[in-house]
Design a protein around this ligand. Sequence first.
Ligand code: ADP
Ligand code: ASP
Ligand code: MG
Length: 482
Amino acid sequence: MSELLVDSNERPRCVVMKFGGTSVEDAAAIRRLCQIVNGRLRYHPVVVVSALAKVTDQLFAAGDAAARGDRENARAILQEIEGRHSTLSRELLEAEECNALCQDLAVDFCATYELLEGISVAGDFSLRAQDHLLGMGEHFSSKLVHSALVQNGLDAVWVDAKECIVTDAAHTRATPLWTETNQRLESLLGPLLGAGRIPVLGGFAGSTRDGVPTTLGRGGSDFSAAIVGAGLHAAKIEIWTDVDGVMTTDPNLCSEARCVGRMSFDEAAELAYFGAKVLHPSTLLPARRQNIPVWVLNSRNPYGAGTEISAHSHGDGRVKALSVKRGVAVVDVEPVRWLAPELLREVCEAFERYHHTLDLLSASRGSLSLLVTSTTSLPAIANELKGLASVRWENHKALVCLVGEKIRRRPEIASKVFRAIADIDVRLICQGASERNISFLVDESEAEESIKRLHKVFFSSESKPDAGASHYALCQSGGSWQ
Ligand code: ADP
Ligand code: ASP
Ligand code: MG
C-alpha cells in the first residue's frame, strides 16, 4: 500500500462513505449500498447513513402531533415507520438475523413511543425533544444497514453516533466540540479500522458531554461524514446521493443541469450555503481544514464520474453553478435620524441576540437592507430598535447566486446576468463581497425563471464542463486520491 494511504497511527487511511435518505429508501437501495461498500473494501470504509427517506419529516410530524395532544396520530406515524423498518428487515435479511434485528429495534421503538408520550404530557415539542426524537431516524436506519452489510458477508460493526460526536447544547443546530469528538472517533472507531472491520453509524445526531442527544441541523448527515472523515484523517469522503454529483444547478429547477466535474472547497461551500441542498453547508469546513477531497456520487449510478471537491478550482473566472436560496426575507432598517456607525452595531447586535444569521447586508447613507431566512424574531428586534430606526420586512424572496472562483474579476459576467433578467424585478444585488459569488434577490415566484435563463446563458453554448477524472476508474486502478 502506498505511504500516502497510511495515517500517522500507522493505520491504513479510510474512506468515509455517507449514504443519504434516498440511498437507503428501500430494499433495492440498501442492496446497492451493500454492493458499493463491498467494492471499496480495500480502502477501509466507514459507513455513515441518513434516516430512510422521509422518516425525519415523519418523526417531526409525530412529535408535533403529540405536543398538540393528538396521541393517536403521533403513534400511528411511528407505527408506520416501525412497519417500514420491519418490512425492510424481512426483505433484506434471513429469518434469524431478521428476528434479532427486529427484537433490537422493538426496544428502540418502545423508547420512542415513550418519548412521544413525554412530549404529549409536556404539551411542548421543545428543541431538546426535537433532537432526541428526530435523531432516532438515523439510529433505526444505521442498525438496519449494519445488519444488511453483515448479511452480505461484510465484517460491519454498528457504532452509536451519539457516543462519537460530542457537541455543544445548541439544540437543532449543534456544533461539534472538535477535540473531544476527535478523541472519541480515534478511540471508538480507530481500533475497529485497525482490525479491518467496517464501522457503521448514523449521521445527523450527536450528544452533549452529558449525553443529551443533539442534531447538527437538517441535512446534517453530510456534516457528520465530514466530521468523521476529519477525525480519522480519511483519504477521502464520499457523499452518495440521488444525483450524478454537484450539478450546474438544481436539476429539479432546470432539466438541462449537468454534473460539474471538479470544484474547489470554497466554491462548493458557497453553493451549499446559498441553497444547494446537495451538501449541508458545514460539510466542507472540516474537509478543507484537513485537505480531504470530498466526492459527490450517485448511488443509483455508481459508475458515474461524480464531482470531486478539493483545494483546486480548475477553471478560474468561470461560472461553475447556480443556486437559489428560498424563503428569504428582506429587512429594511431606516434610521430615525441618520445612519451612524453605532446604529449598524446596534442592528447587528440585536440580530445576534436573537441568533439571526444575516445572509447579506447592503448599506446606503439613508438606510440598511438585510437578508434573513427566518422572520420569527423580527417583531422583537423591531421593538428593541424602536427609537433608533424603523424596521420593515418583506417575505417570500429568493436569493439567486452564481458561483465560480474569481468570477468577480470578470465584469462581463454581471452584464450577461442583467441582460438575461432585464425584465425581472431585482431587489438587491451583491457583487464584490466574495470573489466567487454574484447574487441578487427576486420574488420567490421569479426564481425558477431566473435560473432557467441564466443556465441557458452560462451553460448551453459553452463546451461541456470539465468532466474530471472518473472516480470509478480511479478506484479500480487503486489510484491515490491525494
Ligand atoms: P440526500 O438525501 O442524499 O442527502 P438531498 O436531497 O439532501 O440528498 O440532496 C440531493 C438533492 O439536492 C438533489 O436531489 C437535488 O434536487 C438537490 N440539489 C439542489 N441543488 C443541487 C445542485 N447544484 N447539484 C445537485 N443537486 C442539487
Ligand atoms: N435525516 C436528516 C434530515 O432529513 C439528516 C440527513 O438526512 O442528512 O434532515
Ligand atoms: Mg442531504
